[in-house]
Design a protein around this ligand. Structure first.
Ligand code: ZN
Length: 478
């Protein structure tokens, strides 16, 4: 019987910063798992071919974050045109986990834990989409590390689970091969394997993370506790191409082919791929506002860019000759680099808000550096310039975080709590009534209501004599 237990999120969050978790079940303790998960260690090298999400037409990253360290959660999943059934499956899983977590928060029962669901693309070419969601923490029973892969078969127009990669007639042989390869690994024994493999319906639930390596092998990852003791961490079994190929379903073979040699483009049979126009506004020269002489305010927008809302926000700012600062999340920057370029072109400042929005104070120094460096590299690749500023998710910062980066931290002086109150009128009224000279205002451009509040904020504050400048400009001239 599988046993769930509460694992300190401190340990688990270690694997946040890596694409694929530890490579084998050979480690003896949870601490070792974290060590193996450390970015830069050879164990983290993912043999899965990387996918450039900016090439996926009409891609939307659906994200929702709290900005509250006492109930810290950040979730994201991709919505790819055509693959609605896959997005629906991810949405359902994300919403179920988030609802359970928020209930714990409401009961005051969360004990400092955090929920973080991040995404990565495994395949996005031809008629195959493969995505992995990685869930960390969550608090309470069932908490821990869970990875699941979601597949979409554009040829059949159908959502596929990981196990659908294997032909139904070959599953016995497939399971026997997995069991043979798990035998003798540290942290598992004959009896545990016997139990894990006894109930096929339970096992099918555990076999929910499979991905093809660049050379056509199949990598199967078991979450902690699935086939061994929880502290032993994840177990990864890679079946070589020649072993697994005869057992693949027709879809599995197409997914394997796209993993080995991806086609140039992705076609999932979408009837429309909405690609919102990216604003082309170009700032005329440097901002010469002198915040010593005039009233300034720095509006800041976190967690984007959002394919759905950021373009509108940029238009509102440009129409009002206003500049702002965007603290972008790396996994959204790689999905929408053109929007980040448009932010900079219009005279705004782009800062770093980590890659997948974890509480950085729960990470090691190396992991903090990985979260920030990966994001700075994505911003530089998009805009040509690396950021100078970062804002730690949840505003959570300590000396380890500060020492891990040369970026300058930026918190805020006015928190709109716009993520909590999705009401444009309320957000606008709050800012207009509370703002003071030289305030740094915290907002989020992943919420439609926050973006909808901006025209009124700009109008009312302009009437009161305010100028809208970037954080670096404010710091340099106040
Ligand atoms: Zn945030």
């Amino acid at each position: 019987m599988r046993t769930h237990r509460l694992i300190p999120s401190l340990l688990l969050l270690g694997s946040l910063s890596m694409a694929t978790a530890c490579s084998s079940g050979s480690s003896g303790t949870a601490g070792d798992e974290t060590a193996a998960a450390r970015p830069g260690s050879s164990a983290t090298a993912s043999p899965v071919r990387p996918v450039d999400p900016s090439k996926i037409k009409g891609l939307e990253i659906v994200s929702d974050n709290s900005e509250n360290a006492s109930c810290a959660w950040a979730t994201s999943y991709p919505d790819v045109p055509g693959a609605t059934a896959a997005a629906d499956a991810m949405k359902k899983d994300v919403e179920t986990r988030l609802a359970a977590f928020r209930e714990l928060c409401a009961d005051g029962d969360v004990g400092g834990a955090e929920l973080n669901i991040s995404h990565e693309f495994l395949v996005a070419s031809g008629d195959v989409l493969g995505v992995r969601l990685t869930t960390l923490g969550g608090g309470g029973a069932g908490s821990g590390l869970a990875r699941r892969t979601y597949w979409y078969d554009g040829g059949a127009g159908a959502y596929r689970t990981a196990l659908d990669l294997i032909d139904t007639g070959s599953r016995d042989a497939f399971l026997a091969a997995l069991r043979t390869r798990l035998k003798g690994r540290d942290g598992t024994d004959e009896q545990t394997l016997e139990q894990a493999f006894a109930d096929r319906s339970v096992l099918a639930g555990e076999l929910d993370d499979m991905a093809f390596t660049a050379d056509g092998g199949l990598r199967v990852t078991f979450d902690p506790g699935a086939v061994g003791a929880v502290p032993a961490g994840s177990y990864v079994v890679t079946l070589p191409k020649e072993t697994v190929t005869p057992w693949l379903s027709a879809f599995g073979r197409r997914a394997q082919r796209q993993s080995v040699s991806p086609a140039g483009s992705l076609d999932l049979g979408a009837t429309a791929t909405p690609t919102p126009a990216v604003p082309t506004h170009t700032a005329s020269g440097d901002d010469d506002t002198d915040c010593k002489k005039v009233k300034c305010v720095a509006l800041t927008f976190d967690d984007g860019p959002s394919a759905t809302y950021t373009a509108n926000l940029l238009r509102y700012l440009a129409q009002n000759h206003a500049r702002a600062t965007f603290f972008t999340v790396g996994q959204n920057v790689v999905a929408h680099p053109a929007l980040v370029r448009a932010e900079v072109r219009a005279g705004n400042e782009v800062g770093n808000h980590s890659y997948s929005h974890p509480d950085l104070t729960k990470l090691s120094s190396e992991q903090v550096a990985y979260q920030l460096n990966r994001t700075s590299a994505a911003i530089k690749a998009a805009t040509g310039t690396a950021p100078a500023l970062y804002r730690p998710p949840y505003g959570a910062i300590n000396s380890t975080v500060r020492r891990a980066t040369h970026l300058s931290p930026v918190l805020w002086t006015l928190d709109t709590e716009d993520w909590k109150y999705p009401d444009a009128t309320k957000v606008a009224q709050f800012v207009v009534s509370k703002v003071k000279r030289n305030d740094v205002v915290l907002m989020h451009d992943i919420h439609p209501t926050s973006v909808a509040a901006v025209p009124e904020i700009l109008r009312a504050l302009t009437a009161k004599g305010y100028h809208f400048v970037t954080v670096s400009h404010l710091r340099a001239t106040m």
